[in-house]
Design a protein around this ligand. Structure first.
Ligand SMILES: *Cc1c(COP(=O)(O)O)cnc(C)c1O
Length: 382
């Protein structure tokens, strides 16, 4: 078990009566380490993508860690975020006038997705100060400047090249300053495309600066980091060399949600009942897909269930029961509501199942309103 897992286990054992299950537990130390380690490896700024985890208590305690800012995708997230000095970026193709007005009023930086959105922003010129804009580029624009890597799947985000040039001239027409551009190739895409993305971005920087006739200040190369990036063989040092080719006056940033939050969060549920059907053991838990939809793996073609740590009377249970395995099921009356497997353990009522890697998207990308099931509580550990 990792240090943060050990800490969690000891806190759960000591405070069992005060903690209500199902719940999420977030490790402040892990969030901080994940953010700082990735930032050091990249040698650039790192923006936290708030949609991965918007637990308010966690943000209040960790907000100061994200010194390069936070990326916000909805007005709900904007209203939630505690006030802070670090930059806030608004990024959503569907952002409407109300959201844009709120964003400008609270001095956020807008990442512009399309021409109509840009025209809406232009309506605020002269009424409110507008922070220099970021132009969001579709990943296909990157392909245009580099033959090496091709975008596999199309997506609907950002401008194509022709519209990006039109956006720049509209900005000039309306006196809107441009800070730079942003490109995101999707989750898990970093390693495969990192070098190609940066090389294209270097050329796009020159094109933008030639067109605008003034220097840019920010280039966001996107992200797509795997939460297990530390165990992979990516050459960060060579990557940092490439990044150093960006002109001095440009702050280069990346952004991440799951690599910062994923391993910092745990989902904890208690086994209520145990039964067996034709030899298959089941642990019926007080939480399941309604509080943690992703554990049920309904979106994977091949289900490989996660194995939680089982805690009994405050002590981790070793997987020593040969040939035994318990499927852990939730509360939703849905036959897909299987959230994990305890291999080598016959679970017992009162056991706690602790699932790791539940810090990103698990709490939010879920279906709690179904059956009016209770939503999960959240707790923090140092
Ligand atoms: C969701 C999102 C991210 C975060 O993706 P992760 O896979 O969680 O790192 C980054 N950038 C943009 C534009 C996003 O929409």
């Amino acid at each position: 078990m990792s240090a943060s897992q050990n800490l969690l286990v000891s806190q759960l054992s000591q405070n069992r009566k005060k903690i209500s299950t199902p719940c999420y537990v977030y490790s402040l130390q892990s969030v901080q380490n994940n953010y700082r380690d990735l930032k050091v490896q990249l040698g650039t700024g790192l923006i936290y993508s708030l949609k991965a985890n918007s637990c308010l208590d966690l943000l209040v305690r960790c907000g100061h860690v994200f010194d390069d800012g936070v990326e916000i995708a909805s007005i709900g997230e904007l209203n939630l975020l505690p006030k802070s000095e670090s930059p806030r970026y608004i990024n959503n193709p569907s952002a409407d006038k109300a959201f844009i007005r709120a964003a400008i009023a609270s001095k956020c930086t807008l990442v512009v997705d399309n021409i109509s959105q840009l025209k809406l922003i232009a309506e605020f010129v002269g009424k409110r100060p507008i922070s220099p804009l970021i132009i969001r580029l579709n990943p296909r624009v990157l392909d245009r400047f580099d033959d090496a890597a091709k975008t596999v799947r199309r997506d609907h985000f950002g401008f194509d090249w022709e519209d990006a040039l039109q956006a720049l001239s509209l900005c000039q027409l309306h006196g809107l300053a441009v800070a730079g551009f942003h490109a995101f190739r999707g989750s898990y895409g970093f390693e495969k495309f990192a070098f190609a993305t940066a090389k294209s971005a270097l050329q796009i920087t020159r094109e933008f600066e030639n067109t605008l006739k003034y220097p840019l200040s920010l280039v966001n190369l996107g992200g797509g980091f795997d939460p297990s990036w530390r165990n992979r063989a990516f050459d960060f040092s060579q990557y940092r060399n490439l990044i150093s080719e960006f002109p001095e006056h440009i702050k280069v940033v990346h952004e991440s949600g799951r690599a910062i939050m994923g391993s910092a969060g745990y989902f904890v549920t208690e086994v209520r009942y145990v039964k067996s059907i034709d030899g298959q053991q089941y642990g019926i838990c007080d939480g399941g897909m309604a509080q943690n939809f992703l554990l049920a793996k309904t979106e994977s073609t091949f289900k490989k269930f996660q194995q939680p740590v089982i805690l009994r009377n405050g002590e981790p249970v070793d997987s020593t029961e040969e040939g035994v395995s318990s499927l852990l099921v939730g509360t939703s009356c849905n036959k897909e509501d299987v959230i994990g497997v305890a291999k080598g353990v016959g679970v017992q009522p009162g056991d706690l199942a602790i699932f790791g890697d539940c810090g990103a998207y698990n709490a939010t990308y879920t279906v709690a309103p179904f059956l009016n099931l209770p939503s999960s509580k959240s707790y923090l550990v140092e």
